[in-house]
Each structure stands twice: as structure tokens, then as C-alpha cells.
Design a binder for this molecule. Sequence first.
Ligand code: PLP
Length: 405
Amino acid sequence: MSISQIARSIHASPTLALNEKAAILREKGDPVIHLGGGEPKSRAPIDAILAVAGHLNSGEIRYSPPDGIPALKKAIIYYTEEFYNRQVAPENVIASGGAKQALMVALQTILNPQEEVIFPSPYWVSYPDMVRLCQGIPVPVLSEDGTFYPRIKDIEQRISSYTKAVIINSPNNPSGAMYSEEFLSDIVQFCEKKDLYLIMDDIYHRLIFDNKKRLNCYDYAKDLSENSKLIVINSVSKQYAMTGFRIGWAVANKKLIEVMTNIQGHQTSGTSVLMQKAAVGAINGVQSGVESLRITLENNRNVMLDHLNSFTGVKTFKPDGTFYTFADFSVYAKDSNKLSNFLIDKVQVLTVPGVEFGLDGFLRLSYCGSIKEITEGIERMKWALDPDSPNELYIGDRKLVRDWT
Ligand SMILES: Cc1ncc(COP(=O)(O)O)c(C=O)c1O
């Protein structure tokens, strides 16, 4: 079979593949604990459900404008005022099929073949493949000081005449690190000076801990005119626990949004009007669900870290936000794929190998599940990896016996 060169360079999304694996194992009756997940367990906000149900009952579910229905654009304008203190026009906004599509269409709009996109490492799994799909070159940049906090001087060193854009995701998937105000201010001004696009993937910006202050890229921008190359991405997926609704958006200059709309119009047309209505309900509705999710996640983070810290040799990092932590398991295995598969096979705990995020030897662990899943999951991992563990482990009435050293 002949498939294109680009298609051959793309890998399946490892996190989606893990979800599938978890579903298959559960179907078989295996007592799976999914610490690899990327979605909160809470219910979608009632305002979202009522909004979608009302429209569904009308029985008239039609095409929607390619850039989003007016009510959703209005809600996004309100969101931008509320959380970014910035007033934008409907022409500055596009609603897409999740933050994923908003990012993808933005990259398709700005990239020529061979142009480079820089992003700090560890990075969200999809960035490299999204850039490759646009025939661009992904340029991950690891902080030379060995932390999860990027430094402007490391980014500066990777700039070339092909550099077109920088993607910043803070708080970050997979590390949970929220980058400093100084870094954010520097990168905004650096991109302005170098005339680069700066894509802010802000989808976790309301899920931050320890009373940290939410940062707003516009506060540091000198150019807020229609020439601005800042693109801010958001989504209802994580903050409102609405991953399956597939609504995200981008806010950018009008010309860029116009071209993004043309592309999206040919790709998918406007995203489902039902889901857009739900997003309007969530954004305009009662916000207490976001805060209770944030509090739950902060507590879950503390529980997960407590358990991980009792794990001999594992190096942990305290996340500032999101629902992930990225821990260094290289003392047990340098090959994170192998380690992740071992944990699935031996104790049915799903984790995401760090290599998928650009750092081998690490595992990404999610704490968006229940406390029971977190504590039992880590205990099972410890049993599987610690050579001093007892020979047997009971999972319910199922007895596991160590047949490895
Ligand atoms: C950093 C980051 N950006 C974008 C997305 C995609 O979000 P959405 O579900 O809105 O497409 C994810 C999902 O995991 C993510 O972690």
C-alpha cells in the first residue's frame, strides 16, 4: 500500500492508544487502574447539559458557521475579558473541535514546509506530529539546568532563520510546571522582537495550585494591535470536564482568524452546534464546578506525591497545576516504554512513558481519578518494582505472585 511521506512520519497518539488498551483490559475483567488518563472524572456542568438538551429537543440540528455560532463567540469574548482582561471582537475568535483542532488549524495557517516550531521539553505528545503534519520541523528544547522550567537563553540558542513559532503550554502537560512570570514576560517580548508567532496553549490555566497567580500573556505584550502574532488557545475540555464535547478555541488577529476559518471550513465545517451550545452553557453558567475540580486536583496531587515520595529512588517534581506529575523512574528502567508495558502486564497499572513527551526514564502519572485509584495504583507499582516487596499481592481475591526479580 502506498501512503504519503507525511502520513508515514506520524505516530498514533499514545494517550488515546492507552485509553483503548484500558478499555480492552477492563472488558476482559482485568482490575485496571488507569493512571495515564487525561480527563477529569467529574460530570459536565448542568448548564452545559441543559443548553445542549434544549437545542436537541428542537430536532433542528444544522450546519453551523465555520468559525463558530455567534453565541459561542460572544461567550469566548466574555471569557477573554474575564480571564485575560482583554477586549476582542468576534473576528478575533474561532471555535474549533477541541483545542487540538484550534492548534492544528493555527499551525496550518502559519507554517510553510521546513519551517521550525520551538517548544519547551517535556511537551504535550501531539505538538511534534502536528508540526510534521504541516510539513514543519518540531524543535523541542530541554532546559539545560535539568528542570522543567524553560529558560529564554536555551530557546534563544535554538532559533534559526527557519523558526516561525514558539508554543508555550503552562501549566504544562506532562510536568504540571507553571512557568514563571519572568519567563512569560521574556518569551512574549522575545517573540515580538524576533517577529515570531507565539502560541499560548492555556488549556490548564484555571487548574493551578498553592494559591499561585494565574498569568496572562497579554500583560507583557507591547503590541496589542491587529499585527500581534500572539495566538491564545483554550478549551472546555479540562476545566469543565467536557473532554468528549470537543470544543476549543483560538483568539488571534483578525487576518489569522479569517484564514483559519477558511481552512476549518474545508476540513470539518463548523463544529457540532449541539456541542457549541453546551460550551456556551458552561462558559456563561455557574463556575463553582471549576473551583471544586481545582480543589480536588490539588488534594489528589498531594496524595499522589506523598505516595510517590515513599518510593525508593524515584525523583518527583511537585506540579503547580494540571492533573499530571512527571516522575523520574530511571533508577528502575531507562526505557520508559518497557517500564510502562511491564507495569500494565504485571499489575495492570497504566502510565504514559516519558519518551512520548521527550524524556525517557520518566513516567507521566495522572491524578484526575479517585484517591483509591491513586493510592492503590502507586502501591501496586511499588510492589512490582521494589525487589524487597513480599512475594504475593492480592488485588481483590486475585492473587499475584512475583515471577520476576
Ligand atoms: C497541552 C494540551 N493541549 C491541547 C490538548 C487538547 O485539548 P482538547 O481536548 O480541547 O482538544 C490537550 C489534551 O490533552 C493538552 O494536554
